[in-house]
Design a protein around this ligand. Structure first.
Ligand code: PGA
Length: 255
């Protein structure tokens, strides 16, 4: 049984003391939704908000399904790396999960599969679960290369010989992120099940059957239920809609 995960990627948004976004209410409402469903939630605020959100989640009476993490870590463990944040520093202030290889980092910051794999090893070693993102561009999609691209990204970005619970895979078509466009429901299921088959050949059946594969890219309160109802979709990585409390709660409750 794979417990679904709903993840909220805030990207570079939300100032503190923002009347339109009271963090305490956000955390409390999410927690109420978690209690109604068999689900794990992970919130990825900017680094500057990690302590605040972790602190609020930590005060909840039963918070084991409420994870708080970051959107990136350094590919070095410690030392003189001005401006970087290590896995150990994140873990030290309560973070237990990290997004790695998001398409914005792959394209804007030119992160390679090899760097992502190195970060994943460091994350896992420091007790962080690694959410490894993979996804094809519009052009690769048009030329029918989706599976080839994402299986290669999976293969090279995901360390071998790891506990299946230390990673989560997020399939996010680059062309669906922040655009309001998504693949068709059939395409999402087909890609997820083909990817799981590939993972089975590469890492064994037990690993493939246990690893969670999230879908990400324009998930919202309207399409959430249909996408999350698919057999091989084990949750969602949500960007824009995770910043609207009612919408994010609705996505969790639509499981
Ligand atoms: P979106 O972003 O939900 O706004 O499309 C998803 C993501 O970037 O993880």
């Amino acid at each position: 049984m794979r417990t679904p995960m709903i993840a909220g990627n805030w990207k570079m948004n939300i100032l503190k003391d923002n009347d339109d976004f009271p963090e305490q209410i956000y955390v409390n409402k999410i927690n109420e939704a978690i209690k109604e469903k068999d689900v794990e939630v992970a919130i990825f605020p900017p680094f500057t908000h990690l302590g605040l959100i972790y602190g609020l989640a930590d005060e909840l009476p039963d918070n084991k399904s409420f994870n708080v993490g970051v959107q990136n870590i350094s590919d070095n463990e410690k030392g003189a790396f001005t401006g970087d944040v290590s896995a150990e520093l994140v873990s030290d202030v309560g973070g237990n999960i990290v997004i790695l290889g998001h398409s914005e980092r792959r394209s804007i910051h030119k992160e390679t599969n090899e760097e992502i794999c190195k970060k994943a090893k460091i994350a896992i070693k420091n007790g962080l679960q690694a959410v490894i993102c993979i996804g094809e561009t519009d052009e690769q999609n048009q030329s029918g290369d989706t599976l080839k691209v994402i299986s290669e990204q999976f293969e090279k970005s995901t360390p071998s010989d790891i506990d299946v619970n230390s990673v989560v895979i997020a399939y996010e078509p680059v062309w669906a992120i922040g655009t309001g466009r998504t693949p068709s429901i059939d395409d999402i299921e087909n890609i997820h099940s083909s990817l799981r088959k590939y993972i089975s050949q590469s890492r064994g059946e037990e690993f493939a059957n246990s690893v969670r594969i999230l879908y990400g890219g324009s998930v919202n309160a309207k399409n959430g239920a249909e996408i999350l109802g698919l057999n091989n979709v084990d949750g969602a990585l949500v960007g824009g809609a995770s910043l609207i409390t009612e919408d994010f709660v609705k996505i969790i409750k639509s499981l």
